[in-house]
Design a protein around this ligand. Structure first.
Ligand SMILES: [Zn+2]
Length: 144
């Protein structure tokens, strides 16, 4: 899902604050990489981020994009998810949520609250586990 321009600006303002709070410089490359995720449908590989920023930032290398994405994950500005095929995606939504993968196109989207999956994790609690996160990936394809 695409965010509107107002929401993107709001997220960029929060991101500026987060960088400062973490003692990191607000650099052009951090801003353009964070913005690329906000302007996307929400989930991109490092290569896709690089592709999105390369036109306006020809000096930004793929390895710099990788390193910057890792930094943004470390400070909690982005999340990183690993799909079943081993592909790593960077996710602009950092709170716990579930995903839908279109098998035919590979497109990954967040499941809306209305599609909420209720997990019964009580049995794990009874076994003495404390749940830290639970992430479900649903796979499907468009009806033909
Ligand atoms: Zn997501």
């Amino acid at each position: 899902m695409k965010l509107n321009a107002h929401e993107i600006e709001h997220r960029l303002a929060d991101f500026n604050e987060l960088l400062r709070a973490k003692g990191l410089k607000v650099t052009q490359q951090r801003l353009v990489i964070f913005r690329a995720l906000q302007e996307s449908h929400g989930h991109l590989t490092a290569e896709q981020v690089h592709g999105a920023v390369a036109k306006d930032n020809p000096t930004l290398s793929l390895s710099t994009v990788y390193a910057t994405l890792e930094t943004l994950v470390e400070i909690g500005a982005l999340a990183e998810i690993t799909m079943d095929d081993g592909k790593k995606l960077f996710d602009r939504t950092t709170s716990a949520h579930h995903h839908f993968v279109d098998i035919d196109t590979g497109a990954v989207s967040d499941l809306e609250d209305s599609d909420a999956i209720k997990l019964d994790l009580k049995s794990l609690a009874r076994k003495g586990y404390v749940i830290e996160k639970a992430r479900v990936t649903v796979y499907g394809r468009a009806k033909k």
